[in-house]
Design a binder for this molecule. Structure first.
Ligand code: ATP
Length: 477
């Protein structure tokens, strides 16, 4: 299970098997950026497809794909220009830069591991009560929190650091041409609210879903895909009549929880809900879904009841009405919003951690061996089936190739002829392939093959004509 697995094991498997590589690795890598390899891109795509299906295969939600660069006024209206910042502190000796709140959290965690529980509690209570950069600075100074790099307490003041990446449109690098890489996909939805409502004849309650890249110039990236500077989000804004937001919030917090369990196959005991203690001034309710990563609990999704704050701000800044008008009752209102905001790449990490296991299994000669197995939900697996001719002669490769081509009409299939069959099974287990189809001497005479299932390792004999249907049936479970 995940939390018994170290993040290093996941990282090394990711690289070895082609799930994830460091960005620009041959140049020494670029911090906070990762590339998805041949298997990773399939798993990520399957997670995104599962979300897209859950969101848009219904009549009250439609999708969009808005541009990453947007009018700079969008970020003024949303508050990102003024407030989307983290508190940053520099150590004067090492020049290391830290997020001040993380520095304090990590210090408290170190105290706790050393058994200094009382002191850890005092630090954490002070952090919870902190409301300003000055408060954070005072905690760091009072507790003489050392820089993890230099060990000194030679700190600067705490300052705000805006997390948006800035660039310029056109050839002139001028303030008037400044644009930002979006730090979230949600604003693309808000500014298209009226377009979608008018062109798709939607009326509240209805939602708009979007999957896309977001960028945050995080002060410290860490824990592999958990906190990166470029990542992918899947966000849905659900527009409702004011007064009904409470029931819709309840609906979405349950629906989102169920999605992880039923569609991603995440073990429910590895997740918990965390209601926000400090609500934003415009928020009516907010809750995170957290996953138990190998490094501890971490948010994968936020479900937020945001009132009419976002549409209201865009009305104010754009001067355009963003209201719903009921043509019959003439009822007119700015809808309230329930948002579900999830990181696709962070969820990818949760799925990998949850699926990875090492277990003892019996060998053919009566011994035991350890196998690494990725127990991915079959519908998410990068490769659905591997076709394996037992030996590379006696008509088996030809029969296997024909079976592979047939299966490829419906699934992603791998073909592997190298090594003993047991080793080939292990290779597929490790990357989560749910089904292995073994072609042997009998296949050429009666067109039957062995179908092996990854988790139970059980095998059945099945006619090749029935193979596609059988795999499809098992994928639907
Ligand atoms: P955090 O507190 O972890 O910084 P957040 O509360 O700022 O996250 P939101 O703005 O609500 O996050 O974004 C929604 C989701 O986007 C998060 O739950 C997470 O899954 C994902 N996400 C946010 N920042 C990052 C990042 N730097 N790297 C990877 N995923 C991220």
């Amino acid at each position: 299970m995940a939390s018994q697995t170290s993040l290093d094991a996941i990282l090394s498997l990711s690289k070895r098997k082609g799930f994830v590589y460091q960005s620009s690795e041959i140049y020494g890598g670029l911090n906070g950026c990762w590339d998805f390899g041949p298997l990773g891109v399939e798993l990520l795509r399957n997670i995104k497809d599962a979300w897209w299906k859950a969101m848009t295969y219904r009549t009250d939600i439609v999708g969009i794909d808005s541009s990453i660069l947007m009018h700079p006024r969008v970020w003024e209206a949303s508050g990102h220009l003024q407030q989307f910042s983290d508190p940053m502190i520099d150590n004067k000796t090492s020049k290391a830069r830290h997020r001040a709140d993380n520095l304090i959290e990590e210090y408290a965690a170190r105290l706790r591991t050393k058994g200094k529980t009382d002191q850890a509690n005092i630090v954490e209570t002070a952090l919870q009560a902190a409301t300003s950069n000055e408060d954070l600075h005072a905690i760091i100074v009072t507790h003489a929190i050392p820089d993890p790099v230099s060990g000194t307490t030679d700190w600067t003041e705490v300052r705000n650091f805006n997390l948006m990446f800035k660039t310029y449109v056109g050839p002139v690098e001028d303030v008037s041409n400044t644009v930002y890489l979006r730090p979230e996909t949600a604003q693309g939805i808000f500014v298209n609210f009226k377009n979608v409502m008018d062109s798709s004849r939607m009326k509240p309650p209805f939602g708009i879903a979007q999957i896309g890249k977001s960028f945050r110039n995080e002060i410290n990236t860490k824990n592999f895909l958990f906190r990166t500077r470029e990542f992918e989000q899947m966000e849905m804004q659900f527009f409702v009549k004011p007064g009904t937001e409470g029931e819709w919030f309840e609906y979405w917090r349950q629906a989102r929880w169920d999605w992880y369990v039923n569609e991603l196959g995440i073990h429910p005991t590895h997740m918990h809900r965390k209601p926000h203690e400090k609500l934003a001034h415009y928020a009516a309710a907010a809750e995170d879904i957290e996953y138990l990563f190998p490094f501890g609990w971490g948010e994968v999704e936020g479900i937020h009841s945001r009132t009419d704050f976002d549409l209201g701000k865009h009305q104010e800044f754009s001067g355009k009405k963003l209201e719903y008008v009921d043509t019959v009752s003439k009822d007119r209102y700015t809808p309230f919003v329930i948002e579900t905001a999830i990181g696709a790449t962070r969820t990818f990490l949760a799925v990998l951690c949850d699926a990875y296991a090492e277990e003892e299994v019996p060998t053919a000669d009566g011994g035991v061996e350890t196998r690494a197995v990725m127990r991915l939900k079959p519908s998410l697996a990068p490769v659905t089936a591997a076709v394996l001719p037992l030996v590379n002669k006696d008509g088996m490769p030809e029969a296997a190739e024909s079976i592979m081509r047939n299966l490829q009409r419906s699934f992603r299939v791998e073909y592997d002829t190298s090594g003993a069959i047991g080793r080939r099974y292990r290779r597929q287990d490790e990357v989560g392939t749910p089904f292995c189809v073994t072609v042997d001497g009998q296949t050429t005479s009666d067109s039957t093959v062995t179908l092996r299932e990854r988790d139970s390792m059980q095998q059945i004999r099945i006619h090749t004509d029935a193979l596609t249907e059988e795999i499809r049936r098992r994928l639907d479970v």
